[in-house]
Design a binder for this molecule. Structure first.
Ligand code: GLV
Ligand code: MN
Ligand code: MN
Length: 424
Protein backbone atom coordinates (compact mmCIF):
# COMPACT_ATOMS: atom_id res chain seq x y z
CA UNK A 1 0.00 0.00 0.00
CA UNK A 2 1.36 3.45 -0.90
CA UNK A 3 1.18 6.11 1.80
CA UNK A 4 -1.29 8.91 1.18
CA UNK A 5 0.60 11.83 -0.37
CA UNK A 6 -0.41 13.98 2.58
CA UNK A 7 0.70 11.58 5.31
CA UNK A 8 2.53 13.74 7.90
CA UNK A 9 4.49 12.95 11.01
CA UNK A 10 3.17 14.08 14.40
CA UNK A 11 5.39 17.01 15.38
CA UNK A 12 4.03 17.18 18.95
CA UNK A 13 4.98 13.54 19.55
CA UNK A 14 8.43 14.08 18.02
CA UNK A 15 9.01 17.20 20.12
CA UNK A 16 7.87 15.46 23.30
CA UNK A 17 10.43 12.70 22.72
CA UNK A 18 13.21 15.20 21.93
CA UNK A 19 12.47 17.00 25.19
CA UNK A 20 12.23 13.83 27.28
CA UNK A 21 15.55 12.57 25.91
CA UNK A 22 17.28 15.92 26.45
CA UNK A 23 16.16 15.89 30.10
CA UNK A 24 18.62 13.03 30.56
CA UNK A 25 21.94 14.70 31.28
CA UNK A 26 20.11 18.04 31.00
CA UNK A 27 22.27 21.13 31.53
CA UNK A 28 20.58 23.40 34.10
CA UNK A 29 19.03 26.57 32.77
CA UNK A 30 19.31 25.45 29.12
CA UNK A 31 17.60 23.05 26.73
CA UNK A 32 20.93 21.31 26.12
CA UNK A 33 22.38 18.12 27.51
CA UNK A 34 25.56 16.28 28.30
CA UNK A 35 25.67 12.60 27.41
CA UNK A 36 29.24 11.72 26.51
CA UNK A 37 29.58 8.26 24.96
CA UNK A 38 29.29 5.26 27.30
CA UNK A 39 28.67 7.34 30.45
CA UNK A 40 25.78 6.70 32.85
CA UNK A 41 23.82 9.46 31.10
CA UNK A 42 24.41 7.81 27.71
CA UNK A 43 23.14 4.52 29.18
CA UNK A 44 19.99 6.21 30.52
CA UNK A 45 19.37 7.83 27.11
CA UNK A 46 19.89 4.51 25.35
CA UNK A 47 17.49 2.73 27.69
CA UNK A 48 14.78 5.29 26.99
CA UNK A 49 15.17 5.09 23.21
CA UNK A 50 15.22 1.27 23.33
CA UNK A 51 11.93 1.43 25.28
CA UNK A 52 10.38 3.50 22.49
CA UNK A 53 11.70 1.07 19.88
CA UNK A 54 10.33 -1.87 21.85
CA UNK A 55 6.92 -0.20 22.21
CA UNK A 56 6.78 0.05 18.41
CA UNK A 57 7.46 -3.67 18.07
CA UNK A 58 10.81 -3.26 16.32
CA UNK A 59 13.21 -6.24 16.14
CA UNK A 60 16.12 -4.86 18.16
CA UNK A 61 19.75 -5.93 17.92
CA UNK A 62 22.78 -4.60 19.79
CA UNK A 63 26.25 -5.22 18.40
CA UNK A 64 29.70 -5.42 19.93
CA UNK A 65 30.28 -1.65 19.83
CA UNK A 66 26.83 -0.90 21.27
CA UNK A 67 25.13 0.16 18.03
CA UNK A 68 21.38 -0.41 18.36
CA UNK A 69 19.32 -1.26 15.27
CA UNK A 70 15.54 -1.60 15.33
CA UNK A 71 13.92 -3.17 12.26
CA UNK A 72 10.22 -2.71 11.53
CA UNK A 73 8.56 -5.67 9.88
CA UNK A 74 4.81 -5.24 10.34
CA UNK A 75 3.01 -8.52 11.02
CA UNK A 76 1.02 -8.30 7.80
CA UNK A 77 4.19 -8.01 5.72
CA UNK A 78 4.49 -10.84 3.17
CA UNK A 79 7.11 -13.46 4.11
CA UNK A 80 9.31 -12.67 1.08
CA UNK A 81 9.38 -8.97 1.94
CA UNK A 82 10.36 -9.55 5.57
CA UNK A 83 13.76 -10.91 4.55
CA UNK A 84 14.68 -8.06 2.22
CA UNK A 85 17.41 -5.63 3.26
CA UNK A 86 15.79 -2.72 5.10
CA UNK A 87 15.82 0.94 4.22
CA UNK A 88 17.64 2.34 7.21
CA UNK A 89 17.72 5.71 8.89
CA UNK A 90 19.42 6.77 12.08
CA UNK A 91 22.07 8.85 13.72
CA UNK A 92 23.47 9.07 17.26
CA UNK A 93 22.26 9.95 20.75
CA UNK A 94 25.61 10.60 22.42
CA UNK A 95 26.43 14.30 22.75
CA UNK A 96 29.43 16.51 23.42
CA UNK A 97 29.67 17.58 27.08
CA UNK A 98 28.03 20.91 26.20
CA UNK A 99 25.58 19.56 23.64
CA UNK A 100 22.24 20.67 22.29
CA UNK A 101 18.95 18.84 22.14
CA UNK A 102 18.94 18.13 18.41
CA UNK A 103 22.41 17.01 17.27
CA UNK A 104 22.00 13.32 16.40
CA UNK A 105 18.91 12.91 18.56
CA UNK A 106 16.71 14.39 15.84
CA UNK A 107 17.75 11.77 13.30
CA UNK A 108 17.05 8.87 15.65
CA UNK A 109 13.77 10.14 17.04
CA UNK A 110 12.54 11.23 13.60
CA UNK A 111 13.20 7.68 12.40
CA UNK A 112 11.06 6.33 15.24
CA UNK A 113 8.43 8.97 14.43
CA UNK A 114 8.34 8.00 10.74
CA UNK A 115 7.78 4.35 11.63
CA UNK A 116 5.10 5.21 14.21
CA UNK A 117 3.32 7.44 11.67
CA UNK A 118 3.34 4.69 9.04
CA UNK A 119 2.28 2.01 11.52
CA UNK A 120 -0.58 4.16 12.82
CA UNK A 121 -1.78 4.71 9.24
CA UNK A 122 -1.80 0.94 8.68
CA UNK A 123 0.91 1.22 6.06
CA UNK A 124 2.88 -1.90 5.13
CA UNK A 125 6.16 -1.14 3.34
CA UNK A 126 7.44 -3.23 0.46
CA UNK A 127 10.60 -3.97 2.44
CA UNK A 128 11.50 -3.52 6.14
CA UNK A 129 12.36 -0.09 7.51
CA UNK A 130 14.99 0.31 10.21
CA UNK A 131 16.14 2.97 12.62
CA UNK A 132 19.58 2.84 14.26
CA UNK A 133 21.58 4.75 16.77
CA UNK A 134 25.32 4.43 16.41
CA UNK A 135 27.72 4.59 19.34
CA UNK A 136 30.15 7.39 20.05
CA UNK A 137 29.51 9.55 17.02
CA UNK A 138 30.91 12.59 18.76
CA UNK A 139 34.36 11.25 19.53
CA UNK A 140 34.61 13.85 22.29
CA UNK A 141 35.43 11.27 24.97
CA UNK A 142 36.92 8.52 22.78
CA UNK A 143 38.48 9.26 19.35
CA UNK A 144 37.78 8.78 16.53
CA UNK A 145 34.37 10.28 15.97
CA UNK A 146 31.76 8.13 14.18
CA UNK A 147 33.34 5.14 15.94
CA UNK A 148 30.14 3.05 16.07
CA UNK A 149 29.25 3.47 12.41
CA UNK A 150 32.90 3.01 11.41
CA UNK A 151 32.95 -0.36 13.18
CA UNK A 152 29.49 -1.17 11.77
CA UNK A 153 30.79 -0.89 8.20
CA UNK A 154 34.02 -2.78 8.94
CA UNK A 155 36.30 0.29 8.83
CA UNK A 156 37.69 -0.44 12.32
CA UNK A 157 38.05 -3.78 14.09
CA UNK A 158 36.06 -4.41 17.23
CA UNK A 159 39.14 -5.24 19.28
CA UNK A 160 40.87 -2.03 18.32
CA UNK A 161 37.73 -0.04 19.15
CA UNK A 162 37.39 -1.79 22.51
CA UNK A 163 41.00 -0.90 23.43
CA UNK A 164 40.49 2.85 22.82
CA UNK A 165 41.42 5.08 25.77
CA UNK A 166 39.30 8.11 26.61
CA UNK A 167 40.27 11.59 27.74
CA UNK A 168 39.36 10.52 31.29
CA UNK A 169 41.40 7.28 31.22
CA UNK A 170 38.35 5.04 30.69
CA UNK A 171 38.47 2.30 28.04
CA UNK A 172 35.70 1.71 25.47
CA UNK A 173 35.30 -2.06 26.00
CA UNK A 174 35.11 -1.73 29.79
CA UNK A 175 32.62 1.11 29.59
CA UNK A 176 30.39 -0.73 27.10
CA UNK A 177 30.34 -3.73 29.40
CA UNK A 178 29.66 -1.57 32.46
CA UNK A 179 26.62 0.13 30.91
CA UNK A 180 25.27 -3.16 29.52
CA UNK A 181 25.60 -2.37 25.81
CA UNK A 182 28.33 -4.83 24.80
CA UNK A 183 25.89 -6.67 22.56
CA UNK A 184 26.12 -10.02 20.74
CA UNK A 185 25.27 -8.95 17.18
CA UNK A 186 28.17 -9.16 14.76
CA UNK A 187 30.18 -6.29 13.26
CA UNK A 188 30.23 -5.52 10.38
CA UNK A 189 26.45 -5.36 10.59
CA UNK A 190 23.44 -5.91 8.36
CA UNK A 191 23.89 -4.12 5.00
CA UNK A 192 20.87 -1.89 4.35
CA UNK A 193 19.19 -1.43 0.98
CA UNK A 194 19.90 2.31 1.43
CA UNK A 195 20.61 4.74 4.26
CA UNK A 196 19.34 8.28 4.81
CA UNK A 197 20.10 10.44 7.85
CA UNK A 198 18.18 13.50 9.01
CA UNK A 199 20.35 15.94 10.97
CA UNK A 200 20.46 19.59 11.91
CA UNK A 201 22.84 21.58 9.72
CA UNK A 202 24.92 22.78 12.70
CA UNK A 203 26.03 25.76 10.61
CA UNK A 204 24.57 29.08 9.44
CA UNK A 205 23.94 28.54 5.72
CA UNK A 206 20.26 27.51 5.62
CA UNK A 207 19.25 30.10 8.24
CA UNK A 208 21.11 32.88 6.41
CA UNK A 209 19.58 31.88 3.07
CA UNK A 210 16.11 31.59 4.62
CA UNK A 211 15.71 28.04 3.28
CA UNK A 212 13.95 25.06 4.86
CA UNK A 213 15.92 21.95 3.94
CA UNK A 214 19.52 21.21 2.95
CA UNK A 215 20.05 18.44 0.42
CA UNK A 216 23.42 17.09 1.51
CA UNK A 217 25.64 16.00 -1.36
CA UNK A 218 28.93 15.45 0.47
CA UNK A 219 30.80 15.55 3.79
CA UNK A 220 34.11 17.29 4.16
CA UNK A 221 37.29 15.44 5.13
CA UNK A 222 38.34 15.43 8.78
CA UNK A 223 41.83 15.33 10.29
CA UNK A 224 42.28 15.22 14.07
CA UNK A 225 45.79 15.27 15.56
CA UNK A 226 46.84 15.21 19.19
CA UNK A 227 50.05 17.22 19.70
CA UNK A 228 52.12 16.67 22.85
CA UNK A 229 54.74 19.28 23.70
CA UNK A 230 57.36 18.53 26.34
CA UNK A 231 59.36 21.41 27.70
CA UNK A 232 60.74 22.22 31.12
CA UNK A 233 58.90 23.75 34.04
CA UNK A 234 60.76 26.55 35.74
CA UNK A 235 60.28 29.69 37.80
CA UNK A 236 58.17 32.29 36.00
CA UNK A 237 59.96 35.17 37.70
CA UNK A 238 63.59 34.16 37.51
CA UNK A 239 63.94 32.33 34.20
CA UNK A 240 65.12 34.70 31.45
CA UNK A 241 63.03 34.43 28.30
CA UNK A 242 66.03 33.20 26.29
CA UNK A 243 66.42 30.17 28.61
CA UNK A 244 62.83 28.96 28.51
CA UNK A 245 61.49 25.71 27.09
CA UNK A 246 57.89 26.74 27.46
CA UNK A 247 55.31 24.14 26.42
CA UNK A 248 52.50 26.63 27.05
CA UNK A 249 54.00 29.14 24.67
CA UNK A 250 54.38 26.51 21.94
CA UNK A 251 50.76 25.38 22.44
CA UNK A 252 49.61 28.95 21.96
CA UNK A 253 51.87 29.36 18.92
CA UNK A 254 50.34 26.24 17.32
CA UNK A 255 46.82 27.54 17.99
CA UNK A 256 47.70 30.87 16.37
CA UNK A 257 49.32 29.10 13.44
CA UNK A 258 46.23 26.93 12.84
CA UNK A 259 44.01 30.02 12.65
CA UNK A 260 46.41 31.78 10.26
CA UNK A 261 46.71 28.65 8.12
CA UNK A 262 42.94 28.32 7.74
CA UNK A 263 42.69 32.03 6.86
CA UNK A 264 45.43 31.68 4.28
CA UNK A 265 44.00 28.55 2.63
CA UNK A 266 40.59 30.20 2.62
CA UNK A 267 37.04 28.82 2.66
CA UNK A 268 36.15 25.95 3.14
CA UNK A 269 39.33 25.21 5.11
CA UNK A 270 38.67 25.33 8.86
CA UNK A 271 41.07 24.75 11.74
CA UNK A 272 40.45 24.46 15.47
CA UNK A 273 42.52 23.92 18.58
CA UNK A 274 39.66 22.87 20.85
CA UNK A 275 41.55 21.26 23.72
CA UNK A 276 44.60 22.50 25.62
CA UNK A 277 45.83 20.63 28.67
CA UNK A 278 48.74 22.36 30.43
CA UNK A 279 50.92 21.03 33.23
CA UNK A 280 51.41 22.00 35.93
CA UNK A 281 48.97 24.81 34.97
CA UNK A 282 50.02 27.27 37.66
CA UNK A 283 50.35 31.05 37.55
CA UNK A 284 54.04 31.25 38.37
CA UNK A 285 55.37 28.13 36.66
CA UNK A 286 56.55 27.84 33.05
CA UNK A 287 54.51 24.93 31.66
CA UNK A 288 56.38 21.64 31.42
CA UNK A 289 53.96 19.87 29.09
CA UNK A 290 51.03 20.74 26.90
CA UNK A 291 48.68 18.39 25.10
CA UNK A 292 46.51 19.99 22.45
CA UNK A 293 44.22 18.82 19.68
CA UNK A 294 44.14 20.16 16.12
CA UNK A 295 40.97 19.66 14.03
CA UNK A 296 41.45 20.45 10.31
CA UNK A 297 38.67 20.00 7.74
CA UNK A 298 38.18 20.62 4.02
CA UNK A 299 35.97 19.29 1.23
CA UNK A 300 39.11 19.06 -0.94
CA UNK A 301 41.34 16.23 0.17
CA UNK A 302 44.43 17.68 -1.52
CA UNK A 303 44.14 20.97 0.33
CA UNK A 304 43.44 19.10 3.57
CA UNK A 305 46.60 17.07 3.05
CA UNK A 306 48.52 20.28 2.34
CA UNK A 307 47.20 21.77 5.59
CA UNK A 308 48.37 18.69 7.51
CA UNK A 309 51.86 18.99 5.98
CA UNK A 310 52.03 22.70 6.81
CA UNK A 311 51.10 21.92 10.42
CA UNK A 312 53.84 19.30 10.65
CA UNK A 313 56.39 21.73 9.17
CA UNK A 314 55.44 24.34 11.76
CA UNK A 315 55.84 21.81 14.57
CA UNK A 316 59.27 20.88 13.15
CA UNK A 317 60.21 24.57 13.19
CA UNK A 318 58.86 25.32 16.69
CA UNK A 319 60.48 22.36 18.49
CA UNK A 320 64.16 23.39 18.08
CA UNK A 321 63.33 27.08 18.23
CA UNK A 322 61.96 26.70 21.79
CA UNK A 323 63.98 23.67 22.80
CA UNK A 324 60.98 21.43 23.35
CA UNK A 325 60.09 17.96 22.12
CA UNK A 326 56.93 17.61 20.06
CA UNK A 327 55.17 14.35 19.24
CA UNK A 328 51.94 13.78 17.33
CA UNK A 329 49.26 11.10 17.25
CA UNK A 330 46.50 10.87 14.64
CA UNK A 331 43.11 10.64 16.37
CA UNK A 332 40.95 10.60 13.24
CA UNK A 333 41.47 10.91 9.48
CA UNK A 334 38.55 10.57 7.12
CA UNK A 335 38.58 11.54 3.44
CA UNK A 336 35.76 13.69 2.06
CA UNK A 337 32.69 11.66 1.05
CA UNK A 338 30.35 12.18 -1.93
CA UNK A 339 26.84 10.80 -1.45
CA UNK A 340 24.84 8.70 -3.91
CA UNK A 341 23.47 10.92 -6.70
CA UNK A 342 20.17 9.03 -6.87
CA UNK A 343 19.45 9.30 -3.14
CA UNK A 344 20.49 12.97 -3.19
CA UNK A 345 17.99 13.62 -5.99
CA UNK A 346 15.33 11.75 -4.08
CA UNK A 347 15.94 13.88 -0.96
CA UNK A 348 15.55 17.00 -3.08
CA UNK A 349 12.27 15.93 -4.69
CA UNK A 350 10.89 14.60 -1.39
CA UNK A 351 11.71 17.85 0.42
CA UNK A 352 9.98 19.88 -2.27
CA UNK A 353 6.98 17.56 -2.18
CA UNK A 354 6.86 18.12 1.59
CA UNK A 355 6.57 21.85 0.88
CA UNK A 356 10.17 22.83 1.63
CA UNK A 357 12.50 25.25 -0.12
CA UNK A 358 15.86 23.56 -0.63
CA UNK A 359 19.51 23.96 -1.52
CA UNK A 360 22.23 21.44 -2.19
CA UNK A 361 25.17 21.69 0.18
CA UNK A 362 28.15 19.87 1.70
CA UNK A 363 28.23 18.96 5.39
CA UNK A 364 30.82 20.67 7.56
CA UNK A 365 30.29 18.23 10.43
CA UNK A 366 31.07 14.53 10.47
CA UNK A 367 28.12 12.13 10.41
CA UNK A 368 27.35 8.42 10.63
CA UNK A 369 25.98 8.66 7.07
CA UNK A 370 29.51 9.20 5.79
CA UNK A 371 30.45 5.75 7.11
CA UNK A 372 27.24 4.10 5.90
CA UNK A 373 27.94 5.43 2.40
CA UNK A 374 30.79 2.90 2.24
CA UNK A 375 28.28 0.02 2.16
CA UNK A 376 25.05 1.29 0.59
CA UNK A 377 23.50 4.21 -1.35
CA UNK A 378 23.33 7.05 1.17
CA UNK A 379 22.45 10.73 1.54
CA UNK A 380 21.39 13.23 4.21
CA UNK A 381 18.68 15.78 4.95
CA UNK A 382 19.56 18.98 6.86
CA UNK A 383 17.27 21.27 8.80
CA UNK A 384 18.32 24.86 9.66
CA UNK A 385 20.17 25.64 12.88
CA UNK A 386 19.15 28.89 14.57
CA UNK A 387 22.05 31.36 14.15
CA UNK A 388 24.16 28.41 13.00
CA UNK A 389 24.83 27.42 16.63
CA UNK A 390 25.62 23.81 17.52
CA UNK A 391 27.76 21.85 19.99
CA UNK A 392 26.27 24.36 22.38
CA UNK A 393 23.24 23.97 24.70
CA UNK A 394 21.62 26.89 22.86
CA UNK A 395 21.28 24.78 19.69
CA UNK A 396 17.77 25.29 18.26
CA UNK A 397 15.70 24.35 15.22
CA UNK A 398 12.12 25.60 14.75
CA UNK A 399 9.42 22.92 15.06
CA UNK A 400 8.14 23.65 11.54
CA UNK A 401 11.59 22.77 10.19
CA UNK A 402 11.82 19.65 12.35
CA UNK A 403 8.47 18.59 10.89
CA UNK A 404 9.56 19.31 7.30
CA UNK A 405 12.74 17.34 7.87
CA UNK A 406 10.85 14.35 9.29
CA UNK A 407 8.17 14.52 6.55
CA UNK A 408 10.97 14.52 3.98
CA UNK A 409 12.53 11.52 5.70
CA UNK A 410 9.18 9.68 5.57
CA UNK A 411 8.87 10.29 1.84
CA UNK A 412 12.47 9.31 1.13
CA UNK A 413 12.24 6.10 3.16
CA UNK A 414 8.98 4.92 1.64
CA UNK A 415 10.19 5.75 -1.87
CA UNK A 416 13.48 3.92 -1.30
CA UNK A 417 11.50 0.96 0.00
CA UNK A 418 9.83 0.86 -3.41
CA UNK A 419 6.41 1.96 -2.34
CA UNK A 420 6.21 4.84 -4.79
CA UNK A 421 7.72 5.60 -8.14
CA UNK A 422 8.39 9.20 -7.17
CA UNK A 423 8.61 11.12 -3.92
CA UNK A 424 5.78 13.47 -4.82
C1 GLV B 1 31.33 15.16 14.88
O1 GLV B 1 30.18 15.32 15.21
C2 GLV B 1 32.10 16.26 14.37
O2 GLV B 1 31.80 16.73 13.25
O3 GLV B 1 32.98 16.74 15.09
MN1 MN C 1 25.71 14.80 15.05
MN1 MN D 1 27.94 16.59 17.19
Amino acid sequence: MSPQPDLRIDIERLLARLIELSDIGGIDGTTGCSRLAFTDADKAGRDLVVTWMTDLGLDITIDGIGNVVGVWRPESMPAGARDLAPVMTGSHIDTVATGGRYDGNLGVLAGIEVIETLATAGFVPARPLAVAFFSNEEGARFAPDMMGSLVYVGGMGLEQAHRTDGIDGAVVGDELDRIGYLGPSPCPGLVPHAFVELHIEQGPVLAEEGLDIGVVESVQGISWTEVTIEGQSNHAGTTPMRLRHDAGYVAAAVATFVRALADELGHPQVGTVGMIDLHPNLVNVVAATATITVDLRNTDNEILTRAEKRLQAELDRLAPAEGVTISTRSLARFDPVVFDAGVVELVESAARAAGATTMRMPSGAGHDAQMMSRICPTAMIFTPSHKGISHNPAEHTDPEHLAMGADTLLRVMTTLAGDRQTAS
